[in-house]
Design a binder for this molecule. Structure first.
Ligand code: PHE
Length: 482
């Protein structure tokens, strides 16, 4: 292109001229080459923007079926005693109302219930001017009657602008002084395609360099919600560590959610203000023998050597329906069904607690739960497993502290260091005999349950948990890839 321009240094080249002289067919090639030359400072670009007005949907339909005012006027002219009532019978509501308004503005009045025009000739002339304006489109704005343009811009969906840019290129002083012998045509690769990689041609190809510091539009494609992406990552970590996933219902009985876990029936966390009990199902039948086992354990420790909690045990209470308050309800049922097969299970799922919504609490959230059951499993193994998980998540500093849960002994709290502070992320422990023995489990069971939203807050650097569930597109688009 520069070679061509050196042949006539005073000429302003149009796109068509460049295409035909360079023997190119693709405008993008010419525009790209011109931009390259201008970036190199050897060519000047002149740009002019032209506005064309063309019909849009309403305008097209008016040229096909007639303008509304034209159709109404012709009906009035051909109808004896044209009045409002008969007009409303002949035209739809959405046409009659606006149509009468349009006619009024060009001099058609309702007098004594009848439509009359002072100057019929003028009414018809305005209508035909409007119609012929529409049929004259598309045209550049300079050629059009500004009053008509304004009129139709005020009517929704009749006309629209189409902008087009015309460019011309002219060589400048530095371009003239470029040595023509240096101007040789070379093919460069701008895109690495699978075909290119397979063909072996890439070995000798010259690659076009890109300036990655230039401003560019951010591609906005669909992507996973950050929570979903995080769940996916956690899943992969546990799968990689040899765990299997457990997915179960969140409608459960108080029996499995609490009694099976040796949570006393008068425990404060069971109260209505902490747990969502269900009206439907209000009650879910449980096998009597299972409830009797729990009852024995709770009242006097059953055969486990424990003394239990004492007091009464209500099978009614066990059969209450609720929204699970922790995912431990599902791991314990898995163990009940598989008491002797060693296992490593995990679940990342939704739980519910009656919490007032604030910066760090939601009534509906997720837990990352897991168990390891095998001969010889011990506290050391539990701590190492949790540390490994957080390490893989990118948090190398993890510590555990003593804690209390009715169903584990010993019990731990897991804390992760974030921005210099220790944050509590979950609980863990080894299931007590009161939990495992009635189910016929003889190997130790390591268990943990951790908050997913808390972890998400760390990963995404949030100080308000609610941000995760506000559908704020701008925020969602700007989240890092997890
Ligand atoms: N279920 C406990 C909670 O919801 C966490 C936990 C799970 C603790 C397993 C110990 C063992 O906080």
């Amino acid at each position: 292109m520069l070679k061509l321009m050196q042949s006539d240094t005073s000429k302003k080249w149009s796109l068509e001229e460049i295409l035909s002289s360079c023997n190119w067919s693709d405008q993008a090639v010419a525009v790209g080459a011109g931009l390259g030359l201008s970036n190199a400072g050897v060519v000047d670009i002149e740009e002019s923007v032209k506005t064309t007005i063309r019909l849009s949907a309403q305008g097209i339909s008016a040229t096909e079926n007639g303008l509304l005012e034209a159709r109404l006027w012709s009906w009035i002219s051909n109808t004896d005693a044209a009045d409002m009532a008969s007009l409303q019978q002949s035209f739809e509501r959405h046409e009659a109302g606006p149509g009468v308004g349009l006619l009024k503005r060009i001099g058609v009045q309702l007098v004594g219930g009848k439509f009359v025009a002072d100057d019929k000739i003028q009414v018809e002339e305005i209508i035909s001017q409007r119609a012929s304006f529409l049929t004259s489109l598309p045209d550049v704005v300079e050629n059009l009657d500004p009053e008509m343009v304004e009129h139709f811009r005020g009517r929704k969906g009749f006309i629209e602008n189409q902008e087009s840019t015309t460019r011309s290129w002219k060589i400048n002083q530095s371009g003239i002084s470029v040595d023509p012998n240096l101007l040789v045509e070379k093919e460069m690769v701008t895109e690495i395609t699978p075909e290119l990689l397979q063909s072996d041609n890439w070995r000798d190809a010259e690659f076009r360099s890109f300036d990655v510091t230039l401003e560019s539009a951010t591609p906005r494609t669909g992507r996973s919600h950050p929570m979903q992406a995080l769940i996916e990552r956690i899943r992969n970590i546990f799968l990689e560590m040899g765990f299997s996933e457990l997915v179960e219902d969140y409608v459960q009985t108080a029996g499995w959610n609490m009694d099976a876990l040796f949570i006393p029936q008068d425990h404060p966390a069971r109260e209505m203000q902490d747990t969502f009990y269900l009206d439907n199902p209000e009650k879910m039948e449980l096998p009597d023998d299972v409830m009797s086992l729990w009852s024995g354990i709770h009242k006097h420790g059953g055969d486990t050597g424990s003394v239990g909690w004492g007091g009464d045990f209500s099978k009614e209470t066990s059969q209450k329906g609720l929204l699970r308050t922790h995912t431990t309800v599902n791991t314990i049922q898995y163990l009940a069904d598989n008491p002797s097969k060693p296992c490593r299970m995990f679940t990342v799922d939704r739980v519910f607690r009656k919490e007032a919504i604030d910066r760090t609490h939601l009534p509906e959230f997720h837990q990352i739960e897991g168990i390891i059951m095998e001969e010889g499993a011990n506290l050391q193994m539990l701590v190492t497993t949790l540390k490994t998980f957080y390490h893989k998540m990118g948090y190398p500093e993890v510590r555990v502290r003593p804690a209390y849960f009715p169903y584990t002994e010993p019990s731990l709290e897991i804390e992760v260091k974030w921005r210099g502070k220790w944050l509590e992320l979950g609980g863990a422990g080894i299931f007590r005999p009161e939990v495992t023995e009635p189910l016929g489990i003889s190997s130790p069971v390591l268990a943990w349950g951790m908050g997913l939203e808390r972890l998400a807050m760390l990963v995404l650097g949030l100080d308000d948990i609610r941000q995760l569930y506000i559908s704020d597109l701008e925020w969602l688009r700007n989240q890092p890839i997890i």
